[in-house]
Design a protein around this ligand. Structure first.
Ligand code: IMP
Ligand code: MG
Length: 182
């Protein structure tokens, strides 16, 4: 596939992603195979990863979604997190895995953790395809990470900039001149 003109380079190719997601399915099986977990994908970014991840998991599970957004149209987190509290499943006593495209400062996830722990799940863990561990501000451990990645602005495979590029099948670095303020 030809690389999109707004991308400097491909960081994780389709093939790399496919292989890593398959491995993650096996890693998750070791913990969840007999637990019928609830996998909560955080919209919108996680929709692509969750779709691949659930098909890599050969055990019973329940996919669900929650919407969280903190970025608006900017490339840096605003610090304010907006969570549409519309989970239509009772997670009390269930094993819950939060599935994210990327965890950056962790502010979004720590707010979500507070809200979900009030509902008394049997366990609550975090899974993200990309973990920008060095950027973490909140005390959030990513239990299952596809890759720990250095700081860059990535798009594709669900990740957007101003709602664009989510449909790229690979993850690439966006040309900085496209989002840096002039
Ligand atoms: P946090 O609260 O700083 O951890 O923000 C996490 C959210 O920011 C993710 O769910 C993404 O929507 C967004 N985000 C963080 N880094 C990137 C990136 O490199 N590209 C696109 N979106 C990102
Ligand atoms: Mg996002």
């Amino acid at each position: 596939m030809e690389i999109h003109a707004d991308i400097t380079h491909i960081s994780y190719s389709e093939e790399t992603i496919r292989q890593r997601v398959a491995e993650m399915g096996r890693e998750l099986a070791a913990e969840y195979a007999d637990k019928n977990p609830v996998f909560i994908g955080i919209l919108k970014g996680a929709f692509v990863f969750l779709a691949d991840l659930v098909r890599a998991c050969e055990f019973p599970l329940e996919p669900q979604f929650l919407k969280a957004s903190s970025y608006g149209m900017a490339a840096v987190t605003s610090g304010k997190v907006d969570i549409a509290d519309a989970l239509d499943v009772d997670i009390a006593g269930r094993h819950v895995l939060i599935v994210e495209d990327i965890i950056d400062t962790g502010v979004t996830m720590s707010r979500l953790r507070e809200l979900l722990l009030e509902r008394k799940p049997a366990s609550l863990k975090f899974c993200a395809f990309l973990d920008k561990a060095e950027r973490r501000k909140a005390n959030i451990a990513v239990d299952y990470a596809g890759y720990v990645t250095p700081d860059a602005f990535f798009v594709g495979y669900g990740l957007d900039y101003a709602e664009r590029y989510r449909n790229l099948p690979y993850i690439g670095v966006l040309k900085p001149e496209l989002y840096e303020e002039k």
